[in-house]
Design a protein around this ligand. Sequence first.
Ligand SMILES: NC(=O)c1ccc[n+]([C@@H]2O[C@H](COP(=O)([O-])OP(=O)(O)OC[C@H]3O[C@@H](n4cnc5c(N)ncnc54)[C@H](O)[C@@H]3O)[C@@H](O)[C@H]2O)c1
Length: 248
Amino acid sequence: MQLQGTLHGRTALVTGAASGIGNAIARAYAAEGAAVVVLDRDAERVQAVAAQLGAAGAHAVDVTDADATKEAVDGVVAAHGRLDVLVNCAGILTEVPLVEMDVATWDRMIDVDLRSVFLMTRWAAPHMVAQRWGRVVNVASQLGLKGGESLTHYSAAKAGVIGFTKAAARELAPHGVLVNAIAPGPVNTPLVDGLSPDWKAAKQAELPLGRFGDPEEIAPTAVLLASDPGGNLYVGQTLGPNSGDVMP
Ligand SMILES: NC(=O)c1ccc[n+]([C@@H]2O[C@H](COP(=O)([O-])OP(=O)(O)OC[C@H]3O[C@@H](n4cnc5c(N)ncnc54)[C@H](O)[C@@H]3O)[C@@H](O)[C@H]2O)c1
């Protein structure tokens, strides 16, 4: 990505930054001049990514851990004096028919893909409100809008992220904090590699564009939402770089 310095002077915290879309967003933010702090549960990879990026910090944290996430967010503010942009990108995906889904599988999905977004935003928002400027970018999914077969838990979590985004946006916009979501279509990452070949073939056939995206094709949307003036009028929106899978 061409360096334009769009995010110069901003401090950003990106969850799920060790892989896929979160990693591409962390790289794009760093290329745009932000001080990027990376967070992921994968300790070894988060350190490696931080070294590659010249990141401003790295936290090996599980996003479902209320105490550890608070410590990480407060740690960013203590180290950098501010937190401007939070990207909630950490997530999991499993493929289980509804009639076979056990309760633990459902609960884990809601914890990782939805509750984490509440936790991270809950801890970050007071700092952003105090500085009267902030951006929260939640990575949802187009499946939160249209649903997906064998993905009731994932679709529900991502629909929850979209609803949370709208409510938080209404509450925080008057304080200068803009909350938005990105709902990507299928993107070539390790997350999707784990789905069955049948699911992937059927999905590809549904797409007007006829192909999955790459993480580098999602990251610029996250740059836009974090940027000033480009992102200034987005409030509670769900942007859809999704190969045409959903046209709301
Ligand atoms: N790939 C797609 O097709 C696609 C489409 C729409 C939305 N998304 C969403 O994009 C986000 C990123 O997905 P990806 O495709 O880049 O996947 P990925 O597997 O490449 O990356 C996910 C990252 O999240 C981290 N993570 C998972 N659980 C965690 C936890 N409990 N605590 C901390 N970190 C955790 C993983 O270690 C990994 O580094 C997810 O929220 C996913 O639902 C992906």
